[in-house]
Design a binder for this molecule. Structure first.
Ligand code: FHN
Length: 442
């Protein structure tokens, strides 16, 4: 029995993907960079010699840290070695196509000189507009910039977690205007912005503001044609986030994949999506000690391949130190990912879900609009034979190693599958790519 849709005034305004050129470009990015930088970077995940057992950028919420002490950290923020051009060049070398940058995290400190609060970079010894430096430097390198913006603002007197009294609603109305003003300001100051990445939208106060979130999204999009906004901004009038009461995505892409990757294509429900990932287990802002397992470059490359193979983008987070420099592990990851991308990025950029049955050696990606499938190989079988099983509507014409262009022999099996033979005696020490030229079966 087909369920009748629930009538909604502030639900999704579109079913299916956005099909315009800006969104097509977004879809083709493959790899992105996230940067979390702010006052929390000064504390480095510790206070008075004690380490905080949470994500470093949340340290203000730790009861050991008095808010009054945290809130004056702006007086110390003076990143002596910060060089936006060097950041952008590192990102370029790494092969990222877009950056998401924290203009304001939950602590409310703004990295641009906002005229709507004094709690900004202008009140710090550094004074200069960091958002502008970053937007300009990355844009110059041809990397698209998205602005991260936390709705939740621990520093603003009118922020509310819930709206329980009339006074709460009055204060929160002021807060909504403040938010709208700040966002307008960001888009006017940095017109190169390709999209906004919202966060801190999970509290009841915001969930009860469905009509406002809807009008805000429409208003922001009217300011910048083509602006991309994911599913974290809005709530429908029933308080549903990401998807509305009818299960339809609200936003241009699904923003629920944080530190987790879908297992199968069915998990993404036909939506665009990206996955944002920390290199340590958790923690986005700089911490002196990284928590848990640190992902290796190969793990990060594998996650990139996995995301692209399921039609998503992969975004690696960096948390610079308060002085503006990156930790050595991040520098090494960026460099090594870049070296790999230099050879293999054909299998990442502008690629999509291939629709072929996954095999144990790794991941398939398919070039959008072309008869080309890539095998990104992470596990080499001792036999040297990689099994492939094209979808019924394709045959493989040729298999070639992407690096060095060596053609590989294939052996047909009798159930529509084939073995691709790796060259005898060649040892692979890094993940590698095989290009399959394919032909549609008439
Ligand atoms: O609470 C934040 C967290 O600090 C970080 O910014 C991540 C990035 O996706 N977002 C929130 C948790 O979802």
């Amino acid at each position: 029995v087909k369920k009748e849709p629930i009538p909604l005034q502030h639900g999704a305004h579109r079913t299916g993907k956005r099909m315009d050129a800006d969104m097509a470009k977004w879809r083709g990015y493959g790899l992105g960079q996230f940067i979390h930088w702010g006052l929390y970077s000064i504390l480095e995940g510790k206070y008075k010699g004690k380490y905080y057992n949470g994500a470093a950028e949340w340290i203000r919420s730790w009861k050991e840290v008095p808010n009054a002490e945290y809130d004056v950290l702006n007086k110390q923020f003076n990143p002596a070695t910060f060089n936006a051009t060097a950041w952008a060049k590192m990102a370029k070398q790494m092969g990222v196509k877009y950056l998401t940058f924290t203009t304001k995290h939950h602590d409310g400190f703004c990295l641009w000189p906002s005229k709507y609060t004094d709690y900004t970079i202008e009140s710090s010894p550094y004074k200069k507009d960091i958002v502008k430096e970053v937007v300009d430097a990355y844009t110059k390198e041809g990397i698209d910039v998205y602005l991260y913006f936390s709705i939740m603002d621990w520093h603003h007197p009118d922020w509310r977690y819930d709206l329980k009294t009339k006074e709460d609603s009055i204060a929160f109305d002021r807060f909504k205007l403040f938010t709208k003003n700040q966002l307008t300001e960001l888009l006017q100051r940095y017109p190169q912005t390709k999209g906004l990445w919202f966060d801190g939208t999970w509290d009841n106060s915001w969930k009860k503001s469905g009509a406002f979130t809807d009008s805000l999204e429409q208003y922001l999009k009217s300011l910048v044609p083509g602006l991309i906004i994911g599913s974290r901004l809005r709530a429908d009038e029933k308080g549903n986030r990401h998807v509305d009461a009818n299960g339809v995505l609200m936003g241009d892409y699904e923003q629920g994949w944080e530190r987790k990757i879908p297992k199968t294509y069915a998990d993404v429900h036909g939506n665009d999506w990206d996955c944002v990932m920390t290199i340590p287990e958790n923690g986005w802002g700089y911490a002196e000690k990284w928590m848990g397992h640190w992902k290796t470059t190969n793990e990060l490359i594998e996650m990139t391949a996995q995301c692209v193979s399921l039609g998503g983008n992969f975004v690696v987070n960096f948390g610079p130190k308060a002085d503006g420099s990156f930790r050595k592990e991040e520098i090494a990851n960026a460099k090594e990912i870049g070296e790999w991308m230099k050879i293999n990025s054909d299998a990442i950029y502008n690629c999509e879900y291939a629709g072929w049955e996954k095999q144990d050696w790794g991941y398939y990606t398919k070039k959008r609009g072309e008869d080309k499938v890539y095998m990104i190989v992470f596990n080499v079988p001792l036999s040297g034979s990689l099994k492939i099983k094209p979808s019924a509507n394709y045959v493989v014409e040729k298999a070639t190693l992407l690096e060095g262009k060596q053609q590989l022999s294939t052996e047909k099996l009798d159930y529509g599958a084939s073995f691709i033979q790796l060259p005898k005696g060649k040892t692979f020490v890094k993940p590698f790519v095989i290009v399959l030229d394919i032909k549609p079966v008439k």
